[in-house]
Design a protein around this ligand. Structure first.
Ligand SMILES: CC(C)(COP(=O)(O)OP(=O)(O)OC[C@H]1O[C@@H](n2cnc3c(N)ncnc32)[C@H](O)[C@@H]1OP(=O)(O)O)[C@@H](O)C(=O)NCCC(=O)NCCS
Length: 148
């Protein structure tokens, strides 16, 4: 498993991973490219078996980090890529003296909720009808201890 900064050549693969997931709020390759102009934005790629397996994007907004998007290709799931990507986010958070990681997840996304719960995120709020004016968003938060 390799976690590294994303490159322009990765964005088409990220878009293909997004497209595998029905209803996923996709950024598309242009969306990832636009993030290069945001100095608070970090996009990372996960590689498995030498292939791009997944991605994460977050904003470092001290004292918070906002996790904006995360996905792993279907062929690479349950091999720890998402756990490693969020782990690297936590390293960035600690280095930048951030104490809180925040994210929104669809209330019906059981895989992602299981992932975040396993990683120590807790429910911090709920936004009704956030996705397509139907599904609620759960606001999840992880507070980092100074040693994290
Ligand atoms: C959610 C997602 C990112 C998980 O990626 P992944 O690389 O398969 O996750 P990991 O292998 O790192 O899983 C780590 C832990 O999360 C939990 N988990 C992950 N997927 C799960 C699932 N489908 N069901 C139950 N628990 C799951 C487990 O505790 C898992 O540990 P384990 O495999 O040792 O049991 C992936 O399913 C995905 O891309 N889904 C579509 C996009 C999406 O929903 N993104 C999140 C938006 S907020």
């Amino acid at each position: 498993m390799l976690i590294r900064r994303a490159k322009k050549e990765d964005y088409a693969v990220f878009a293909a991973i997004e497209a595998e997931q029905p209803g996923f709020p996709a950024w598309g390759a242009a969306g990832f490219e636009a993030e290069e102009r945001n100095r608070n934005s970090v996009t990372l790629a996960a590689e498995l078996d030498g292939a791009v397996a997944g991605f994460i994007n977050f904003w470092v907004l001290r004292p918070q980090v906002q996790l904006n998007t995360l996905a792993v290709g279907r062929a690479f799931r349950r091999r720890g890529a998402a756990r490693a990507l969020v782990g690297k986010l936590a390293e960035y958070a600690a280095k930048n003296l951030c104490r809180e990681i925040d994210l929104e997840v669809n209330e019906h996304n059981s895989a992602a909720i299981a992932l975040y719960t396993a990683l120590g995120f807790e429910l911090a709020g709920k936004r009704p009808k956030f996705y397509n004016n139907t599904d609620a968003a759960l606001l999840l938060r992880k507070t980092l201890a100074p040693k994290d």
